[in-house]
Design a protein around this ligand. Structure first.
Ligand code: ADP
Ligand code: MG
Length: 570
């Protein structure tokens, strides 16, 4: 990633094949995205390349355009192979490349993936496929059968490499790479760079260039991020309220497991939301069917796992909802990247259980963005919205202007029975409404415990003299026990365990007594130390603040010189 690369403000700066240029302009690509601006020139020069960027940053064109430019349609052999983790992604990449190659009609891009009949794929391969986009397992099958030959291969791409890794494709990939010609350009794209991927790059690539696009460059601007701290209502009721109150086109709702995709989709459907599950165990055809139904508006909510939703490029998603929180900040960034596509406004809403607060903070730290707290809409707000929708529905029907034969019948009925037209309309509305009441009654939500007091003396008795009480943001929920705490503190500060006072472990935090007069430097180091993976975020609850004066802690003698040396080594 050199600083002196030219600016590359426009696709025409790259010296691309003019037909490709025309095609992408027609697709509405005006300016290269950051990964495109950095990666395309390097790929066009023939370098191997490792690209790290989040989903939605435009990686397909970054590797796809240089790749298509290298293809020779005259040679009837496979010249490029792109490996992608799932059928959906392989199809998506293949379609994108077909779009880019729209003005190069003799160039053939063929997707091959598990779950589709071999017959079709064999036929497509026999007809000649300049570019093959496939999932590793099926590509390997075709290579073994001899239906996919790679001796003329000039270009190789691993797309979403980390995802292929986590889906257990490493050995297949190694096998495929081992059977490709040595002289070829290879690029690898991944959102994260685990060691295993770095080692694949080191083993199979020739001094690759590295291009990294900082996290948050995509998600940042167009996605509004909020969280609801689960309180008073259960998650399902909370979610229902949120879904109803938001101005929502379609939402992608993330849950942790395959089983819960189905369970939640059913619960939502019971509440009259148009929801379906999407998970990796569904047959491919079902998954495609579900995505299609979402795209053409037959359903609005997709309940999915991370793997199933990876790379879904659906413009309709106005919302991403974390019903279950993701495991780490990276996963969060991936998830929310599914909304705010194509320059639209996106919304990300996370349902955070109190004990998951630390995760929320970790995400905020990593993304350097704050995730604002939201309150659930109350009954009054919900009802206002329901009434508005009710009125809109009526207006829409009137505007369609096809009121006969009802208009005539009702006029006649009114006259015959001398009915009040409003009463009659209300009667019809009741019938149309069915068993679900139009308005909700308010649920009394107990007041949330006030935000954690800075100094909470009631939490426990005063510390013994000579000691100060500190609070740690790790507790039983994180699986912590006193030994973990003693271990972490002793290691960082050099304090002997007999100088560490009482420890009280609560659900989401712990309290520990430490000798008074902790040097500020050690305090700062200790704050960052992790216990059970969670930063302890040490905070003084009661006792004098830290000191910067040597004398005072020296005289205490607990925080020894040796300990400071150890601490600064950390
Ligand atoms: P990634 O592979 O990084 O997740 P994609 O290549 O799928 O991202 O691109 C995401 C979306 O952005 C696609 O809908 C694509 O058409 C669009 N896109 C990519 N590059 C550009 C660009 N330069 N200008 C406008 N839209 C783009
Ligand atoms: Mg992609």
């Amino acid at each position: 990633m050199s600083e002196d690369t030219p600016k590359n403000d426009s696709f025409s700066d790259f010296g691309l094949n003019p037909r490709l240029l025309e095609a992408i302009l027609a697709l509405g690509f005006e300016k290269p995205t950051p990964i495109q601006a950095k990666a395309m020139p390097l790929l066009l020069q023939g370098h191997d390349l490792v690209g790290q960027a989040q989903t939605g940053t435009g990686k397909t064109a970054a590797f796809g355009l240089p790749l298509l430019g290298r293809m020779d349609p005259e040679i009837k052999a496979t010249q490029a192979l792109i490996l992608a983790p799932t059928r959906e992604l392989a199809l998506q990449v293949a379609r994108a490349l077909q779009d880019f190659a729209a003005r190069l009609p003799s160039l053939r891009v063929v997707p091959i993936y598990g779950g589709q009949e071999y017959g079709l794929q064999l036929k497509a391969l026999r007809r000649g496929a300049h570019v093959v986009v496939g999932t590793p397992g099926r590509v390997m099958d075709h290579m073994r059968r001899g239906s996919l030959r790679l001796d003329a291969l000039t270009t190789l791409v691993l797309d979403e490499a980390d995802e292929m890794l986590s889906m257990g494709f490493v050995e297949d990939i190694e096998w495929i790479l081992g059977h490709c010609p040595k002289e070829r350009q290879m690029s690898l794209f991944s959102a994260t760079m685990p060691a295993r991927i770095r080692s694949i790059a080191a083993k199979h690539m020739r001094s690759p260039e590295r291009v990294q696009i900082e996290q948050g460059t995509t998600a940042a601007t167009t996605i509004r991020q909020r969280h609801w701290m689960v309180w008073g209502l259960n998650k399902l009721d909370g979610l229902s309220r949120i879904l109803e109150a938001e101005v929502l086109d379609a939402a992608l709702i993330f849950v942790r497991t395959r089983v819960s995709t189905v369970a939640l989709a059913e619960q939502l459907a019971d509440r009259d939301f148009r929801a379906s599950a999407l998970h990796g165990d569904m047959p491919q055809s079902m998954r495609e069917h579900t995505v299609r139904r979402l795209k053409n508006g037959q359903i609005d909510l997709l309940v999915a796992t991370d793997v199933a939703a990876r790379g879904l490029d659906i413009e309709r998603f106005s919302h991403v909802i974390n019903y279950d929180m993701p495991g780490d900040p990276d996963a969060y960034v991936h998830r929310i990247g599914r909304t705010g596509r194509a320059g639209r406004e996106g919304n990300a809403i996370s349902l955070v259980a109190p004990r998951e607060r630390h995760l929320l903070r970790a995400i905020e730290r990593t993304t350097k963005q704050s995730i604002e707290a939201m309150e659930l809409p109350n009954a009054e707000q919900l009802n206002a919205k329901r009434i508005k929708v009710f009125k809109q529905n009526i207006t829409e029907v009137i505007e369609r202007g096809e009121l006969e034969p009802f208009l005539g019948i009702l006029r006649e009925f009114c006259d015959e029975e001398s009915l009040d037209p409003f009463e009659m309309a209300a009667a019809l509305a009741i019938k149309a409404q069915g068993n679900v009441p139009l308005l909700v009654k308010d649920v009394v939500i107990p007041p949330r415990k006030t935000a954690r007091p800075r100094t909470d003396r009631k939490e426990r008795a005063e510390p013994e003299s000579g000691m100060a009480c500190y609070r740690l943001e790790v507790g039983r929920d994180h699986g912590v026990n006193p030994n973990h705490i003693v271990g972490a503190i002793a290691k960082t500060t050099g304090l002997q365990s007999r100088h560490i006072g009482r420890i009280k472990i609560n659900e989401d935090h712990s309290l520990v007594d430490l000798p008074k007069g902790m040097p500020a430097k050690i305090f700062q180091q200790l704050k960052r130390v992790r216990v059970c993976q969670v930063p302890m975020e040490l905070r003084l609850v009661s006792g004098p603040p830290t000191t910067t004066k040597r004398k005072s802690f020296k005289s205490k003698g607990h925080f020894t010189k040796k300990s400071r040396r150890q601490a600064s080594k950390k």
